[in-house]
Ligand binder design. Structure first.
Ligand SMILES: Cc1cc2nc3c(=O)[nH]c(=O)nc-3n(C[C@H](O)[C@H](O)[C@H](O)COP(=O)(O)O)c2cc1C
Length: 162
């Protein structure tokens, strides 16, 4: 059995989760950024990671998800500035699940990730974005050791379900 861990990242948060997930996998495995993948075939499970962008899945991750072979088993992971368990990150997973009509989603894991301070500074001055920007400031120390430990457990659970 073989697993692929792939991810899209802009500032490195999602890559940290990807590395934790990769470390925790006990079967044959490969690790690659999403835009370097040439051959998608031959994996028993593909772990796909992305940051939440505009409450949704970034275009590069969306294109990759749509291009997977029919019946492919996948597990999603993501980082986001909003509170864990909140409505907005949930929307992003729902979007990813909506893309996954031909594939089989085994599970999903999300945690907070530090938001680029330039984005917070730009949004905090706008009344319509202030509440989100204030909430996102709280993500500053994430992903932390607990988030990474949970990601490892998530990965182990997915592998043992194969
Ligand atoms: C363009 C852009 C849009 C974002 N939109 C959201 C959002 O809608 N909700 C959210 O919780 N976080 C949002 N974020 C914050 C990122 O999801 C968060 O910082 C994530 O951990 C970044 O991951 P990365 O370091 O792997 O790129 C956004 C960040 C960027 C750059």
């Amino acid at each position: 059995m073989k697993a692929l861990v792939t991810y899209y990242t802009q500032t490195g948060n999602t890559e940290k989760l990807a590395r934790a997930i990769y470390e925790a996998i006990s079967i044959e495995k490969a690790f690659m950024p999403i835009d370097e993948i040439k051959d998608k075939g031959g994996y028993d499970v593909v772990f796909i990671g992305f940051p939440v962008h505009a409450h949704s899945v970034p275009a590069k991750a969306e294109t990759f998800i749509r291009s997977l072979p029919s019946g492919q088993k996948v597990a999603f992971f993501s980082t986001h500035g909003s509170l864990r368990g909140g409505q907005l990150p949930k929307q992003a997973f729902e979007h990813a699940l909506g893309l996954a009509t031909k594939i089989k989603v085994l599970g999903q894991y999300g945690c907070r990730g530090k938001v680029d301070p330039k984005i917070i500074a730009a949004l905090i001055t706008k009344p319509e974005n202030r509440a989100w920007a204030e909430e996102a400031q709280g993500a500053e120390r994430h992903p932390d050791e607990h988030d990474l430990a949970d990601a490892r457990l998530f990965a182990q659970g997915i592998i043992s379900s194969l």
